[in-house]
Design a protein around this ligand. Structure first.
Ligand code: A3P
Length: 304
């Protein structure tokens, strides 16, 4: 294991990706002990790429199917729990022995999420690769700005420009929280080309510009497409509204709730815009990222 220092302490490189010690322990526990089920669904992303939104959409797609006969005034799971509580991160639920939930008791299909790269995630799935993985990709420059704001919120600091510089350097060098981002994205991009039935590659920007089309694409991939009747009844729009940033961030559970690690749920909701990087990055920062993106993704077929 190679070790480095980050603004929060030591980070370790395992299978080409950087982790904080607790998360690394969770990754190792996951690889050793996780027993996949054929119907498992995993929402994957590099941090700050739209994981919360994609989880909410996935939950809403399934609860629509399962609850067709339930009374309409019963609370939807998204109104009583946070998306991260409903689809926990594999690398964090499995690291604390005292609070490890019994994932074998989760109802099927079990819904999880992860920030691990695909090769690390897939180790326990080698003999039973029927689970479905949905990856959400986001423009790297917006990821950087989102990560910077998230770090400030996490540290309960005012918006701190030095943390932007730090986040930029760490993202570009690849040595930082779940980095390098390029390898992360490419692992899932290649996985989606090799095995499109099991790995779906989505883009945050397309989810913003064509939300209905992307919700339908997700539903098809997950094996729960919208029926004509549902479409006529406006079901797609209702799901999009339920999962909108405005709606989710306004819910009591997300405004005031905290996760088991004491993090406020509200830090996962900010602006949710495409191109916010234009308000924060210098032209030099933009150029450097553009050059790295071009070089790293050359020949991969990944277009922007
Ligand atoms: P910004 O910081 O740019 O606003 P993740 O969920 O992977 O941690 O990503 C967080 C980013 O997704 C944040 O981006 C957040 O505002 C945005 N986000 C959260 N919920 C969203 C939603 N329902 N719709 C659109 N964007 C959302």
């Amino acid at each position: 294991l190679s070790c480095n220092k980050d603004f929060l302490g030591k980070i370790y490189n395992y299978q080409g990706c950087w982790y904080y010690p607790n998360t690394l322990q969770g990754v190792l526990n996951f690889q050793k002990g996780f027993k996949p089920q054929e119907t498992d669904i995993i929402i994957a992303s590099f941090p700050k790429s739209g994981n919360t939104w994609l989880k909410a959409l996935t939950i809403a797609l399934f609860v629509r199917l399962n609850n067709t006969s339930s009374s309409s005034d019963a609370l939807h799971p998204l109104q009583s729990d946070n998306p991260h509580g409903l689809a926990p991160f594999l690398e964090t639920i499995l690291y604390l022995n005292s609070s490890t939930p019994d994932v074998t008791k989760f109802p099927s299909p079990r819904l999880f999420s992860t920030h691990m790269p695909l090769h690390t995630l897939q180790e326990p799935f080698k003999d039973s690769s029927t689970c479905k993985i949905v990856y959400v990709y986001r423009n790297v420059k917006d990821v950087l700005v989102s990560l910077w704001h998230f770090r400030c919120a996490y540290l309960q600091k005012e918006i701190d420009k030095s943390l932007l510089e730090y986040s930029f350097e760490s993202l570009c060098s690849g040595v930082g929280y779940f980095g390098p981002i390029w390898e992360h994205v490419l692992s899932y991009w290649r996985g989606s080309l090799e095995d499109p039935k099991h790995v779906l590659f989505m883009r945050y920007e397309e989810m913003k510009s064509k939300p209905a089309a992307q919700a339908k694409r997700l539903a098809e991939f997950l094996g729960c497409p919208f029926t004509e009747k549902e479409e006529d009844q406006g079901c797609v729009d209702k799901i999009l509204e339920l999962c909108s940033l405005r709606n989710l961030s306004g819910l009591e559970i997300n405004k005031t709730g905290k996760a088991s690690n004491n993090m406020h749920h509200s830090v996962f909701f900010r602006k949710g815009e495409v191109g916010d990087f234009k308000n924060h990055l210098t032209p030099e920062m933009e150029n450097k990222i553009d050059m790295i993106v071009e070089e790293k993704y050359k020949g991969s077929g990944l277009k922007f």
